[in-house]
Design a protein around this ligand. Structure first.
Ligand code: CA
Length: 703
């Protein structure tokens, strides 16, 4: 009798034990306990070895080298055609999305417009938590290029986000609740954060933007666990009558003239960073000058360090180690904040540790990342400001056309750059760097009666009374994009895909499956053959794409995700798709076949038709006021509108309440500024009638 009882009871006890072990080790997918366990693993060792866990994507650039190359091979050239929708999630936002999501153990973390943060179950596509830092709508006007955020950092159970109003916030990854928050900027100035923080040796490092609005750039490291400031590196010198913060600033100040510190100087580090744990060097890219033009900023003298530079710092104390300036005496908004990508490669028979960048100025640079010495630089896009880079001095060889002191000049590339923030990717097998390049230009002008406008744009737009000189050699289509497969050893293009509709396309990811993924401004998400650029798969994602895709694995299945949300600059005022849908995460897997009902057609927008009640002079004045105050976001009359509406297509209701919108901050929460400090009731009347008059003109041209 006893024997019969004992045997099953032992099994029963063992069964209980196994069940309880399973509960302890593997909590429910997406539960707080699961997220806590998964994100707690991410420490310094984990980050250094991020490539050992290709099922996850735990830092903005995939790893410290920022190569955005996944070693996952389940999705490859031969089966990529079978990719289908696994899930989609509407983020219920309408502004631009530039984020690279992070994934750890099947949990996705991403940022969105207004610095909001989302945690999503990457297996099911269900939202787990959202966090809104409640950025005041009025900071929207401090952004040159939409209320975007490019990404997050993960470390020891925490999620880190930089906010548009200059805060750095640490969240509990399991709950989305804030743990600490620090203010990283002087809020009386138009600083902003749109970039992803990076974690290096226990610190969370973040820069800022705002050079268009007259700020002084810097980058700061905070203890990731406490938020305590560890170091700060200024990228341009301050007032030389005050003590310099460092020897580097003392050196930099010798390259400036005039009273630059009154205008901030610029050099904001708003995007690219990379880290080499072996060399113990931290790399940061710096931005353009404030104001844009060299003559007003620095009397047209000096290189203006460290504008438009790649700077190597000691990550332990933020001290300067070396710099390479891509554009001395920047005059064109030629930031070097573009993607910094580390790799090792053979150069003239020698293995070199290199850092690569395709900054806005149009040259592809390969530098020795130990010393900062130039290895090679060649143009990757059309340019007329320089003919090459001097191999000995490392300086660009400028053309006579480059500076625009006494006439307006149409210079290439323009401020959108030959390449902007959209990430590149490097495949070590093909040895190619894949990146979205631009062909474009801009009519720069230098206002002789320029005065500094605090917290307003200080940029170099054409001056009405000066002649504008164009470039007879420029390509016919000066608004085109390309996906370039660039060989950094030969400094030559191996293949390219042309995007004649627009230069504004998404960032890139490369995989060991021999694939290159990219979304386009025309609303397509595409996989190319990494060897020759042949299109292997394409799907419609409705709206234009600007963000970069990622890939990861859950329970042995590989997924590819892209977050779609049209915007940025020019995406705020123009689009290249029929509709502009709310921001959405699309996730694909082989043989997945989920239905999607998120695309719908709206009625074609009609030009507004209301009586004009203003004189010709008032309309002319309205045009001047519109150009100065409205055009940067709402676009030219008759543009089709991007993530911000074009007013010639607004409805009657909007015109009825225009004064409340413009002078009473009625849409402040959407980022529409309150202009009561800049415009009068009469001036709003003139702007309104200029729009109505323009709509009439556009209508008669159509008919
Ligand atoms: Ca800029």
């Amino acid at each position: 009798m006893n024997k019969f009882i004992r045997i099953p009871s032992v099994i029963f006890i063992l069964g209980l034990t196994f069940t309880s072990i399973r509960c302890t080790n593997k909590p429910d997918h997406g539960s707080e306990e699961h997220i806590r366990q998964a994100t707690s693993m991410i420490d310094d060792t984990y980050l250094v070895n991020a490539d050992n866990t290709p099922e996850n994507w735990v830092t903005y650039g995939k790893n410290y080298a920022e190569d955005r190359y996944s070693s996952l091979t389940q999705i490859h050239k031969d089966n990529v055609g079978k990719l289908g929708l696994a899930w989609a999630l509407n983020l219920e936002t309408t502004r631009g999305i530039e984020t690279t999501p992070l994934v750890v153990d099947g949990i996705m973390f991403l940022s969105g417009p207004w610095s909001k943060v989302f945690a999503v179950n990457a297996l099911t596509g269900k939202m787990i938590w959202t966090y809104d830092p409640e950025v005041p709508g009025k900071v929207g006007e401090n952004l040159c290029c939409d209320v975007v955020n490019r990404g997050l950092a993960l470390y020891k159970g925490r999620v880190f986000v930089g906010t548009l109003d200059g805060r750095l916030i640490s969240l509990d990854a399991a709950t989305g609740k804030p743990v600490w928050e620090v203010l990283t900027v002087d809020t009386t100035k138009a600083y902003s954060i749109t970039g992803a923080p990076r974690i290096v040796k226990g610190n969370v490092i973040i820069g800022n933007g705002g050079a268009e609005f007259g700020v002084r750039g810097y980058i700061t490291a905070y203890d990731a666990l406490t938020g305590e400031q560890q170091w700060r590196f200024y990228t341009v010198p301050g007032d030389p009558s005050k003590p310099f913060e460092s020897k580097a600033m003392e050196m930099a100040a010798k390259t400036w003239s005039g009273e630059w510190w009154k205008y901030g100087g610029g050099g904001t580090a708003w995007d690219a960073m990379a880290f080499d744990p072996e060399l113990n060097l931290f790399y940061v890219g710096t931005g353009n000058g404030a104001p844009w033009d060299w003559f007003h900023r620095s009397d047209g003298k000096g290189d203006n360090l460290f504008l438009s530079s790649i700077v190597a710092l000691n990550p332990d104390n933020g001290e300067y180690v070396w710099h390479y300036q891509t554009t001395p005496g920047d005059d064109w908004d030629y930031t070097a904040t573009q993607h910094l990508l580390l790799s090792d490669m053979e150069v003239e028979g020698q293995q070199r540790k290199v850092i690569m960048q395709a900054p806005k100025n149009g040259f592809f640079y390969v530098l020795d990342r130990q010393t900062g010495k130039l290895i090679s630089a060649e143009p990757y896009t059309y340019m007329n400001w320089a003919t090459g880079v001097d191999k000995v001095t490392g300086r660009p060889i400028e053309t006579d056309f480059s500076r625009y002191k006494n006439e307006n000049r149409v210079i290439s590339p323009g401020p959108a750059g030959g390449h902007n923030w959209q990430p590149m990717a490097f495949n070590p097998t093909t040895g190619l760097v894949y990146f979205p390049a631009h062909v474009n230009s801009f009519p720069y002008g230098n206002d002789s009666i320029w005065t500094f406008k605090e917290n307003s744009r200080n940029i170099s737009t054409p001056i009405a009374h000066l002649p504008t000189v164009t470039d007879p050699n420029s390509p016919t289509n000066m608004n085109q994009g390309q996906l370039l497969a660039w060989n950094p050893r030969t400094q030559k293009e191996e293949w390219r895909v042309d995007y004649p509709a627009t230069y504004w396309n998404g960032g890139v990811m490369a995989t060991a499956g021999g694939l290159v993924f990219q979304g386009t401004g025309e609303g397509k998400f595409i996989a190319y053959d990494a060897e020759d650029g042949k299109k292997l798969w394409e799907t419609n994602v409705g709206s234009g794409v600007i963000a970069s895709p990622i890939t990861y694995m859950i329970n042995g299945r590989q997924y590819v995700s892209i977050v779609v949300g049209w915007g940025g600059n020019p995406g705020i005022w123009v689009r290249f798709t029929e509709e502009n849908y709310p921001g959405t995460i699309f996730t694909f897997a082989i043989d997945a076949n989920e239905p999607y009902a998120g695309f719908y057609k709206t009625k074609p927008k009609e030009l507004i038709q209301l009586p004009v009640s203003a004189t010709a002079d008032e309309i002319t004045n309205g045009q001047i006021l519109y150009t100065a105050n409205c055009r940067t976001c709402h676009g030219k009359m008759g543009d089709n509108g991007g993530s911000i509406p074009n007013l010639t297509y607004s409805n009657e209701g909007i015109f009825g309440i225009m004064e409340d919108i413009v002078l009473k901050g009625m849409f402040l929460n959407k980022g529409m500024p309150d202009f009561s400090d800049r415009l009068t009731q009469k001036e709003v009347h003139e702007i309104k009638n200029y729009i109505l008059h323009s709509a009439n003109e556009l209508r008669s041209m159509k008919n």
